[in-house]
Design a protein around this ligand. Structure first.
Ligand code: PAP
Length: 340
């Protein structure tokens, strides 16, 4: 995977980050202590679990999810690489799926008073985030909408074997890296030192980032979208920025909620674009004063929302290095990115 050497730690080695992450069951503590670990971005360590890097609390939530989640054919998953447009894609998906109940131009639209993460809850933070509860999801109003950063291979078998829909988004790795680095430093606990750009960059290029390596994450969903195009829709942030109307229509068709001619002539698509725009969402009170649980303030989810901001941060040698990583890891696929 990378040149980094992973030290397998002894199970007697006490990792304070595990305790800091809240209550873990004895079983999960034992599991986590047996995994390779490396320095984390906003936790002392991240652990290599099922081939990807994640935090202890996430591992516990994911194992519970894998054991208990029962997919329904009507479920919709918004799956993303962290910092590649999750909040935006959740808002767009929610708006498309709920437009019969919540008229897009209504002054009471839920997207005006809730952050998209509250309307499309994360599997690994919200739904299965409570260590001592297995939630009863059977009574949630259908279609159920969930969000996740979990790589495709680690989704529960119940999802992979069902007909449910997965809308996936990723973003060019240069911007994703800068967005991840700035975000991690904003939300890290004060007890951790600031992560400097060079160190974070090395970690990112070695695949050491939450739910990474990013190339495996992308390829997992990319390959599945080719195998099962009716079930996995693969989107890129830059394409959405360039022509959102086209991609909204594509999403609506994929989700079996195509826009009618009447809706098109009434401007429903344009109204969704406005409702979910970066400027609109950034300006809402809920996104300025609200929080995502006790984890972070919603306002940190809205920084610049641009393509190409990486050029304000990365040196020519960093650009060369990450370009090589991308070529090496993704060059064999026909997956590519616009970076400016
Ligand atoms: P998450 O994975 O932690 O939920 P996510 O929403 O994917 O985060 O990433 C936030 C990025 O999306 C930010 O990018 P930036 O750091 O480069 O600025 C954020 O600004 C951008 N973003 C948030 N909302 C929107 C939106 N409505 N339209 C476009 N970009 C957005």
């Amino acid at each position: 995977m990378s040149s980094t050497k992973f030290a397998k730690i002894h199970t007697m080695d006490i990792d304070e980050s595990i305790e800091e992450q809240g209550q873990l069951s004895q079983e999960n503590k034992k599991l986590i202590l047996s995994l390779p670990r490396e320095k984390g971005w906003r936790t002392p360590y991240i652990y290599l679990f099922q081939g990807f890097w994640c935090q202890p609390a996430e591992i516990q939530a994911i194992t519970t999810f894998q054991k208990h989640f029962q997919a329904k054919e009507s479920d919709v998953f918004v799956a993303t690489v962290p910092k590649s447009g999750t909040t935006w894609l959740k808002a767009l998906t929610y708006a498309i799926m709920n437009r019969q109940n919540h008229f897009i131009s209504s002054k009471n639209h839920p997207l005006l008073s809730f952050n998209p993460h509250d309307l499309v809850p994360f599997i690994e933070y919200t739904v299965y985030g409570k260590h001592d509860t297995i939630p009863d999801l059977s009574k949630i109003h259908e279609p159920r909408l969930f969000g996740t950063h979990i790589p495709f291979d680690s989704l529960s078998n119940s999802i992979k074997g069902s007909n449910c829909k997965i809308v996936y988004i990723c973003r060019n790795p240069f911007d994703t890296f800068i967005s991840s680095w700035t975000f991690a430093n904003k939300i890290k606990p004060p007890s951790l030192p600031t992560l400097n750009l060079e160190e974070a960059f090395e970690m990112y290029c070695n695949g050491l980032v939450g739910f990474g390596p990013f190339w495996n994450h992308m390829l997992g969903y990319w390959n599945e979208s080719k195998e099962r195009p009716k079930n996995v829709l693969f989107l890129k942030y830059e394409d959405m920025k360039e022509d959102l109307k086209f991609h909204l229509k594509k999403m609506a068709e994929f989700l079996d909620r195509p826009f009618t001619l009447e809706e098109e002539s009434e401007g429903v698509i344009e109204n969704i674009i406005k409702l979910c725009s970066f400027e609109k969402m950034k300006g809402l009170e809920i996104n300025n004063t609200g929080t995502f649980g006790r984890n972070f303030e919603n306002k940190f989810l809205f920084r610049k929302g641009e393509v190409g901001d990486w050029s304000n941060y990365l040196s020519p040698s960093m650009v060369e290095k990450l370009s090589k990583v991308i070529e090496e890891k993704l060059g064999g696929s026909d997956l590519n990115f616009r970076v400016k």
